[in-house]
Design a protein around this ligand. Sequence first.
Ligand SMILES: [Zn+2]
Length: 672
Amino acid sequence: MSVTEEIKSRLDIVDIVSDYLPLRKSGRSFSGFCPFHQNTRTPAFYVFPETQTWHCFGACAEGGDLFSFVMKKEGWDFKEALAKMAAKAGVELQPLKPVDKKKQAAEDKMAALLEAAADYFHMLFLHAPQAELARKYVGERALNEDTIATFKLGYALQSWDACRNHFHDQGYSDEELLAAGLLTENPDKGTRYDRFRNRLMIPIRDLNGRIAGFGARTLEKEGIPKYLNSPQTAVFDKSSLLYGLDGAKRHIREARQVVIVEGYMDVMQGWQAGFRNMVAQMGTALTGPQLQQLKRYTKRFVLALDADAAGQKATMRGLQVARETLDREVEVKFDARGLVQHEGRLQADIRIVTLPEGNDPDKIIREDPTQWPKLLEQAQPVVAYVIKMATRDLDMNDAKGKTAVAQQVLPLIKDIVDPVERDHYWQALARALRIDERALRQIKVQEKFTRPPNRQSRSAMSAQTRFQPGQPPPPPPPPEWEDSSPVKPGHIGQRRADGRLAAGMRQANYLSQCLHHPHIFNQVNQRLTQNQQPLVSAMDFTAVEDRLLLEQMVAWLQQGVVAPINELCDSLDEALNERVQSLLALPAAPESDLDRLADKLALSVLNWRQEKIGQLVGEVKQLFRTEQALENADSKEMYAKLNEWTLSVLSIHKAKSAMSAASRRKAEDSVR
Ligand SMILES: [Zn+2]
């Protein structure tokens, strides 16, 4: 994966754009007022999470990826945009720019201190006679040497100042130890002492494997709290950390699923047994930032929740489980409504599995590892889970009880973004309550929560039925044609599952051949002009590095530079250079066949343009299907665009036919 791809895979364009303008969900996309042109009446600017692209349907009529957005918005050049986005994504660029040396130095020193502390605790765990209880505890959990080393389990001595003295000797000050959360200060007396005493120390790492803090388990029978975490520090932020993610991320990608558990021990036990796609939440409710991080690796989340009676009762009470947790400082919250909203926003698939009473993943895996995957298979979607829990002990003769359950579950169903799925749960709830679906739809929901701003509970009507006289008529049906190209692009507006990939491959092939055979560039353009089609321009490309590369090639050709490609590459930015190298790795067409190559590439350009328009048409149609778009979007402008696109596609189609006929003739001539 190239640096830019890595960055794009880690960031969500919706989040990036949201930093600059408010976005509202409309259908599968998000809309807002275009930040690049005067546009206050109707939102013309759309962000598409599926393709991670943006497009302005108004005056700008342009779009691109997240890099082109921030470059345009901030006036950055590619280098700057790359550096900023890399920092945001946590991708290290070579070489690292010296940002703020002082701050960096302080952070490095804290990282070194935490690393040294983990080593110190680990050394005590392995060798100190006082750590006998800690070793016994870990032994009872059947964790082996390898697991102990991987997770660097440690032990903090039963002492008020052992840790403090140890690090004083190493040249660290009290202030530094306080900042790292290793010391605690009594605010009344001003006394300072070791925060962790007689505890099993579990280092908690950030996404990149750097130690951010510790979770510390008591070794005393009645010790309180059972788990004590590092306090909030510059690097320890419970709301964004997930235990085990640094080691699990690769496995999450491979398994295409992440399993979220509640305890550190669960993660370690899973790791040891080979279930390595597990992470533990940090004693707080799952947060947006945590889910966003996980979404970089998968869209499928399984939450393994301990079965406990209190939890289920709380689900009945208000769909919010608040309960005493490992760490008594915080409550774990299971907020079904929040999850459903996240699910829609992240376009994720969130499932829940309940563990058998009195079991946690640690115990289940330890006793019989084969049970674990079987349990995970039983995971249910959030809403199905809530329906099951809410109706489990319900007396089917109790009408009031049924209404109460419906009122609890309905807000959740209404939050589901996908209309088909939403309908599915209307039916499922009606079945579970054994009432008629029509009766269910009569129930008025007492909204205790504030609605998310972008969802109205109105019956979804089709775009067509909502037209009023005086409004522009619906767009003409799109033309249908058969495609003469080897690639079947489908009808206009139809979404191709592999459209992005196919277009990306064609763009890569085009660029690669132009790099291998610089003269091809002009020959392709010649064929396009002959058929009244626009020249290849930067805007034809999706990825920003391809746009820049095309601009660079045009500049070289205009300057008449004919140098070996490697020499040209040396003048490029590192990230562009990387792209060029990967393009040059694609096979070059034979020198003898350049005429035919130009024909093929010109056709290919037209194919991908046609596909791109098809995709945009698909998006607009999708927008028309959602009620939102009709309320907000300037439909006149959209219809004008649709017409314009229809004309372009017709013209592309005509050009393609003419070009195919021409190359057929040429082929026939050459045979004679
Ligand atoms: Zn615009």
